[in-house]
Ligand binder design. Structure first.
Ligand code: UD1
Length: 430
């Protein structure tokens, strides 16, 4: 199994190209199931999760081809991919595939809306909490789906071959359930109003895609989304937005090691709250024509309290990385996680690097120290893994991050991007 070896202590300087967002690419790819035309997606990141979803969609009959000029399609770089679901050959998403990635459960929405039936295994994914699917089921039922859960599978059917529009109020904000209901409602008969919908930029990206495919959607990016169902959707060409979590991760790396880096192609509006927090810690953040410039010189890192919450608040997917940064702050900070109940598994690994962190319920109290010391660490989920990489970059000596496959799920060419800015970081294969 691959490992990442880091020798910490170098400041980062240079530029890092920001890839297409994993969490936007996945729902856009799934939207290809809604049409028998070709959906062309630009800027699709080259990641293990994307490859896995290509396999899952292939099982339903979705063909894909990578296009564009050869020099732009180098291995490991974001690509333009055509998806064609002309013939859906299977409406079952089996356990062996869905259990590897939670987001693949989302195929239930488009399959049900286009084919009138779907049988989808209950999901797996990152071990960061129980992550139930009750909101998906309740929402689809509101659109007229008949559901049964049998043997670990959700078996869904429409009554007369088609879903019908309705009003659904999410009892809790859910990104995935908003994606699924927006896709399903696009092909339903009549109007659907989703209240307390997620407002994440990835929702807006999916709405743009659906609208380009002929859907009638208003209000994406606000908490009320209105969808007037249409008979059929067509193909389209859509660009995946830049990854705000990758952007925030590298910004935090610079804030922690010091240095001066331009995050090329990054969009500040996608992560304004996190950038504001970084400014409070003492980093200089400047939007530029190329993207976002992040700088920190001389002065230490100021402690800042943070609470995760749905967009536009501080994202849970940057919580672990921010905790990494706070381990070297000049004082105490409190980090409260409100989205996932079990998302502090990086705490014990950061402690192996010397961090002082105590847990009190859903809050971590971080007592900053002058310098972390390198150690072997083990990552438990995607964002936790990258928090250990950031901490390793700032720590004295050598850090080896084990179980790198988590990183490969969500960070494109991580070692290359960081070593291009002066970090000593390499992958050790086998
Ligand atoms: C997405 C992101 C993930 C991010 C999360 C929160 C993708 C592929 N993943 O995950 O990186 O951390 O948003 O920003 O985009 N919940 C229920 N019942 C449900 C559905 C969700 O109780 O039916 C709960 C979850 O357990 C969690 C909260 O709602 O506590 C938010 O989860 P949700 O927004 O659905 O996360 P995902 O879409 O899975």
């Amino acid at each position: 199994m691959d490992r990442i070896r880091i020798v910490g202590g170098n400041k980062l300087a240079g530029s890092i190209p920001i890839s297409g967002a994993k969490n936007a690419a996945l729902p856009l790819m799934i939207a290809s199931l809604l049409t028998d035309d070709t959906l062309t997606l630009e800027n699709v990141p080259h990641l293990a999760d994307v490859e896995q979803l290509i396999r899952i969609l292939g099982n339903h009959g979705v063909d894909y081809s990578v296009n564009g000029r050869r020099e732009k399609q180098q291995k490991g770089y974001s690509r333009t991919i055509n998806f064609s679901a002309r013939n859906i050959v299977d409406t079952t998403a089996p356990y062996e595939l869905v259990s590897k990635m939670r987001a693949s459960f989302w195929v239930i929405g488009p399959l049900l809306a286009r084919m009138g039936e779907a049988k989808v295994s209950l999901p797996g994914g990152c071990a960061i909490g129980t992550r139930p699917v009750d909101l998906f089921l309740e929402g689809l039922q509101a659109l007229g789906a008949e559901l049964d859960v049998d043997n670990g599978y959700v078996i869904a059917k429409t009554k007369n071959g088609r879903l019908h529009g309705n009003r659904y109020v999410f009892p809790k904000v859910s990104v995935g359930a908003t994606h699924v209901l927006m896709m399903a409602a696009s092909l339903a008969k009549g109007e659907t109003v989703l209240e307390n919908a997620a407002r994440e930029p990835e929702i807006v990206n999916l709405a743009e895609c659906l609208i380009a495919m002929g859907a009638k959607i208003h209000g994406a990016g606000t908490s009320t989304i209105t969808i007037e169902g249409v008979e059929a959707l067509s193909g389209a060409r859509v660009r995946v937005i830049p990854d705000r979590i990758e952007t925030g991760t590298y910004a935090m790396a610079v804030a922690m090691t010091g240095g001066d880096v331009v995050l090329e192609g990054a969009r500040p509006d996608l992560l304004q709250t996190a950038l504001d927090v970084l400014v409070e810690t003492g980093a200089e953040i400047t939007p530029t024509n190329e993207g976002i410039r992040v700088k920190r010189n001389g002065a230490g890192i100021a402690p800042v309290d943070v609470t995760t919450a749905p967009f536009p608040a501080f994202p849970t997917d940057l919580q672990a990385q921010f905790m990494g940064l706070m381990t070297m702050a000049k004082g105490k900070s409190r980090i409260t996680e409100t989205i996932f109940e079990n998302r502090f598994m990086h705490v014990q690994e950061l402690a192996r690097l010397g961090a002082h962190i105590t847990l009190s319920g859903q809050t971590a109290i971080v007592d900053g120290i002058a310098r972390l010391k390198g150690a072997p660490v083990m990552a438990t989920d995607l964002r936790a893994s990258v928090s250990l990489v950031i901490a390793g970059l700032a720590a004295e000596g050598e850090t080896v991050v084990n179980r790198v496959y988590h990183l490969d799920r969500g960070f494109e060419r991580l070692e290359e991007k960081l070593s291009g800015c002066g970090a000593v970081i390499e992958r050790i294969s086998g």
